[in-house]
Ligand binder design. Structure first.
Ligand SMILES: O=C[C@H](O)[C@@H](O)[C@H](O)CC(=O)O
Length: 272
């Protein structure tokens, strides 16, 4: 199995609290992006002590209450399935705080981490404030919810976005990369993908590969898998009959999303 592909660990932390995924600098090739998925039974809690990292808590499914010890955001979350295809609520918390997440209903929560040096205000990112985009043409159509885009100055280095790709379409396509700290041409952003499939027995193909093919991994990615993108192009193809969801976390030295399309495939963007 590719070293970039992570299957659910489902590590039981306490009664009703399961750590589904944990991606850190210690167990991955990523140095900027950190990521966790936690499952919570109703009325259970999970604490995350932040030292030099900022955090975006995404209520993937179910309702949760989030506090940073000073402010509390009650019963946030908008959906029972990500495939309701509507934005959800999130909370941004800067470093040196402790986030406590308490499940109101059964919940699956994503914790998105990145380096934080300037203490910024804790903020509820309401579902209705997500920028929704319909990108692409032909079989390259996808719906994007911008949770914490680079146009929102609320974070130090964290970028968070979720993408819905319908049956037999591609996304993160034409292949693009953002692995060069070379602005204004290209920014360097590591990336993680948390994938879900509808129906859940489905899979997508994702390839992660560099210009020189020194890294070239093609994966069959299943429901609740994580794919790590330390560098390189990273397109996703969705088989007929299935719909794809993924949550992206990006971070790097500059909080700017400036990607570079692979020249060989850029022609597919507009070919009328
Ligand atoms: O770099 C960003 C990620 O690859 C995705 O968020 C991608 O941009 C989604 C898409 O536009 O298809």
């Amino acid at each position: 199995m590719s070293h970039l592909l992570r299957k659910p660990e489902n590590n039981k932390l306490a009664d009703g609290v399961t750590l589904v995924h944990e991606v850190t600098e210690k167990n991955s090739d990523l140095h900027y992006v950190g990521f966790k998925v936690v499952d919570l039974e109703p009325h259970t809690s999970y604490d995350e002590k932040l030292t030099n990292l900022e955090l975006c808590v995404v209520a993937l499914t179910g309702k949760i209450t989030v506090t940073d010890g000073y402010q509390s955001f009650s019963e946030i979350g908008t959906r029972d399935s990500v495939f309701e295809r509507k934005p959800t609520d999130s909370v941004y918390i800067s470093h040196n705080k402790t986030a406590t997440i308490t499940a109101v209903t059964e919940a699956r929560v994503a914790l998105c981490f990145a380096p934080s040096d300037k203490e910024l205000p804790t903020k509820l990112i309401k579902a209705e404030d997500n920028g929704v985009e319909h990108r692409g043409k032909y079989h390259n159509k996808r719906q994007v919810h911008n949770i914490l885009p680079d146009s929102d100055p609320s974070a130090n280095s964290l970028l968070v976005v979720e993408v819905f790709t319908e049956t037999a379409n591609w996304s993160s396509y034409p292949p693009h990369k953002h692995d060069q700290d070379n602005l204004p041409e290209e920014s360097f952003l590591e990336e993680s993908y948390y994938h879900e499939m509808d129906p859940p027995q489905g899979f997508v193909f994702q390839r992660v590969y560099t210009e020189d093919r020194s890294l070239d991994e093609t994966m069959a990615v299943e429901n609740a898998n994580v794919v790590l993108v330390p560098k390189g192009y990273h397109p996703v193809g969705v088989p007929d009959g299935y719909a794809s969801y993924y949550l992206n976390v990006m971070a790097g030295p500059e909080r700017i999303w400036k990607f570079h399309n692979e020249k060989d495939h850029e022609w597919i963007i507009d070919r009328d």
